[in-house]
Structures are given as C-alpha cells and as structure tokens.
Design a protein around this ligand. Structure first.
Ligand SMILES: C[S@@+](CC[C@H](N)C(=O)[O-])C[C@H]1O[C@@H](n2cnc3c(N)ncnc32)[C@H](O)[C@@H]1O
Length: 209
C-alpha cells in the first residue's frame, strides 16, 4: 500500500459527506473527537473501546485503510467509532460537514506527514486556510492537539496556528486528562515507534477562544 498520497491531487477534491452523527453513533450527544490522519485506526479502536463516554471519528486520505477500519468497526460492540475517507483539507469546503465541526470538542493531528521539501510544504495538512476555518467554526473552548517528532514541522504547525488570534496555546498542566478524549494516555503507532527509538516528541495544545 502507498505510504504517501499527494493531498493536492485532483483525486481528493471530491469529498463524500459524512453521514449525520445520529446515523453513525449510538449516542450523538457524547463529546466528539476527530483524529486527522488516523491511518489504519488502531489508536482510535483503543480509544473507543476503553472510553465509551466519547465518540471518535477518524479522517484518513488512504481509502483502503478506511474501508478496512470500517469493516473491523462493524464487529465492535461499542457504537462510538467511525472512519471517513476524506482529505482533511477539503473536508469542510463549502458547507460540507458544518454541523460536524460544530459538534466537535477536540481534534488531534498526530505525527502528520512532514513533507520535508519546501516545494511540498503546501501538501502539509496544517495550512492557514484550514486553521482559519477551524477557528471560525469550532466551538469556543474546543481543543486542538498536535504532536510530531519532526522539530521543523512542529515549528511550522505552531507558527501557523499561533498566527490565528482565536487559538490560544495551553500548557499540558491546563488540561484535565481524565476529562479529555484520551484519559488513558493511549499512544498512536508512530508515537510507540518514536518512544521505542528514543526520539523527541514535540506537542502542543490549543484552545479556541
Ligand atoms: C505519518 S502517518 C501518522 C499516522 C498516525 N496518526 C500515527 O500517529 O501513527 C500520517 C497519516 O496522515 C494521512 N494523511 C496525510 N494527509 C492527509 C489529509 N490531507 N487528510 C487526511 N489524512 C491525511 C496519511 O495518509 C497517513 O496515514
């Protein structure tokens, strides 16, 4: 399976709308967490199984991974998990999925593709347009969690989010982990690899004010 796809390719312009929340979750009123770039979804399976008090929605641009994850999800007892084959950058274009973003309590971007070459920076998932959209559409008080092992990407993400006056950086101490989407501090696959290899992890949390 391809490891990287170009999110700017015309194949990813058409977005399949995500069904209404009451059709994908047993209880649409639970707080909703979005994980952008969820790959095969292992992290979200662990989260959803261990924490039935939240709904989890994975967004992933590699279609095969999403098809497999949704098949696996169907055999789960908890109905608090769903995967969408989407390009996160186009997910909210036009009026697509406006109600979804209004319902979102938090978003994570864990170890996004770094796209190291300068000419490829525009393929990075965090873009000014995307962040501006989130800041104007997410509820006040909702959170964005970013995490990476690439310092240059971290600086770029921090600068892009900080340029948006509506997002204020929080310290990890400001968060009640037990009330967050990840009370058991579950790690993503990339995070496990990074820890095993003793690489640095850079992370920040932002609140929409
Ligand atoms: C390096 S992997 C990290 C996977 C996982 N979050 C982790 O921490 O183990 C980045 C993932 O983001 C997905 N991705 C990249 N650009 C995307 C986009 N624009 N929309 C949705 N997913 C995207 C990739 O296909 C890949 O699965």
């Amino acid at each position: 399976m391809r490891q990287h796809v170009n999110p700017l390719s015309k194949n990813f312009l058409e977005i399949e709308p995500i069904p209404p929340l009451n059709q994908i979750f047993e209880n649409k009123n639970l707080p909703l967490h979005l994980d952008i770039g969820c790959a095969a979804g292992d992290y979200l399976f662990e989260l959803a199984l261990s924490n039935a008090n939240w709904n989890y929605l994975g967004i992933e641009i590699r279609e095969k991974l999403v098809l497999n994850a949704n098949l696996k999800m169907k055999s789960m007892e908890n109905k608090n998990l769903y995967f969408s084959f989407s390009n996160a950058n186009n997910l909210f274009d036009g009026s697509n999925n406006n109600s979804l973003i209004n319902a979102t309590s938090s978003i994570s971007l864990n170890f996004p593709d770094p796209w190291f070459k300068k000419k490829h920076h525009k393929r990075r998932v965090i873009q000014p347009k995307f962040i501006n959209y989130l800041s104007s559409s997410m509820r006040i008080g909702s959170l964005i969690f970013i995490k990476t092992d690439v310092k240059e990407l971290f600086d770029y993400m921090e600068n892009t989010i900080s340029d948006c006056a509506n997002f204020k950086k929080l310290s990890l101490r400001d968060i009640k982990v037990s009330e967050s989407f990840n009370p058991n501090k579950i790690k993503t696959n990339r995070e496990k690899y990074v820890i095993l290899n003793k690489l640095n992890i850079y992370e920040s949390i932002y609140i929409n004010i």
